[in-house]
Design a protein around this ligand. Sequence first.
Ligand code: GDP
Length: 176
Amino acid sequence: MASAGSSPLKILLVGSAGVGKSSLMSRFVHNRFCSRYRATIGADFFTKVMELEGQRVTVQLWDTAGAERFQSLGMALYRGSHCCVLVFDVTVATSFQAVAAQRAEFLMQADPPSPKQFPFVLLGNKTDLPGRQVSPREAEEWCAQTQAQYFETSAKDGTGVALAFHSASQAALRQV
Ligand code: GDP
């Protein structure tokens, strides 16, 4: 069985500004939701210790919003990732359309040893809101093409968040 040892599993959250990356991390790590909008500058990370496949692993969740403005910072941040969580807002079609380019940018910056096997998890967030613009089917079709896993979440009411991060952490563990 793969062992994470003492080094943390590194999971990056990528997505357009405002889709809910910080809120999802805060919901998962602290079980809290804050409705105040704060654009992330540079990079933030949260750590959570989890029990996965019978072992204690430390998961580091990185929010990279803004990092793309600093090319060199982007590369340093993305390198050594074990999983990438792509986030869009189900009520904003453009945030879903942006995901393909964000995935490609991640692969370019992270430069993982086996890009074809690198795990991506796609999250359609803000499912508590009315006015959906992206159907689960569209998102699932994209995932079938790119071999990503799809989850729908709401950082506000907590729906799907634990399951999504659990799956991302398991996928990350398989990369160790
Ligand atoms: P980020 O830029 O991707 O990190 O996005 P934030 O986490 O800062 O969230 C942007 C805004 O969307 C904030 O006002 C959040 O409170 C709100 N938000 C985030 N997730 C949800 C959600 O699941 N449902 C709703 N209704 N609002 C959300």
